[in-house]
Design a protein. Sequence first.
Length: 233
Amino acid sequence: MTTSFLFPVLYLAAMGVGLGTLDDHHTHTVGGVRYLDFLAPGLLAGTILQVSVNESTYPVMARIKWIRSYWAMLATPLSVRDVLIGHLGWAVIRGAMVSSIFLGVMACFGAVHSALVVLVIPVSMLAALAFASPTTAFAATTSKENGFALLYRFGVIPLFLFSATFFPLGQLPTAVRYLAQLTPLLHAVNLVRGLTLGHLVAAQNFFDLAYLIGFAMVGCALADRAFKKRLVV
């Protein structure tokens, strides 16, 4: 949990306060608010993405291939689905823990502006499930860890950079904006930013919520299928 605390402190201090002061001095606002207030919720959602992927790549492969703890679990009355639920449940709990710590840091930096911020925790739990479930499915279907490097390089990093985390989506080319709309992180960022700032748009945020729910359901179905295929002998 030390990393979960230090990451927001260092990032908000360096990017939000340091760079944000220069940006606010020249342009006054970003997306109608201070850069720190714009950046902080995006970083929170991005952190949930990174934590969820971290929990669902090497740990899943290790428990299947190296330390084989999933096989030990299956030697008990637990079913394959029980094992999967336990893993995804931990990812959801981690999302709640990380978002709670991050919100505390945001409050210390004065980046919380709405009582609706309490809803960020359940949204973060949903986002964690949406991120972790398809990653778990991928980890359960691969036998080599090389694919994880590609996942981070061509998945996590581009999502983190181009999902309205650091700058408004409108600054991207039209084609890239349409692609960004297909990514779950953008919808998580929209929800978290709207809740922390109190700037909710009913139609847009309802779509964001529905997208995350749908993405999580598809991810869980894929993970369930992958676990059964890999662990049932």
